[in-house]
Design a protein around this ligand. Structure first.
Ligand code: SF4
Length: 56
């Protein structure tokens, strides 16, 4: 599994960190960043309103 956040798309809503704190945290720039791969990453991708998360 490869998890990534497209920072150009991310609007900093923090939904991904609430759905899957194991994989995402908010970075200094106010956008999400990946901290680890986890089973809930696909749920966060589905919850992201900006479609900024890719899970492959
Ligand atoms: S849910 Fe999407 S738009 Fe919101 S902070 Fe996470 S990556 Fe960014």
């Amino acid at each position: 599994m490869a998890v990534s956040v497209n920072k150009d798309k991310c609007i900093g809503c923090a939904a991904c960190t609430q759905v899957c704190s194991q994989s995402f945290q908010m970075a200094q720039d106010g956008k999400a960043e990946v901290v680890a791969e986890s089973e809930c990453a696909p749920n966060a991708a589905a919850a992201c309103p900006a479609k900024a998360i890719t899970v492959e």
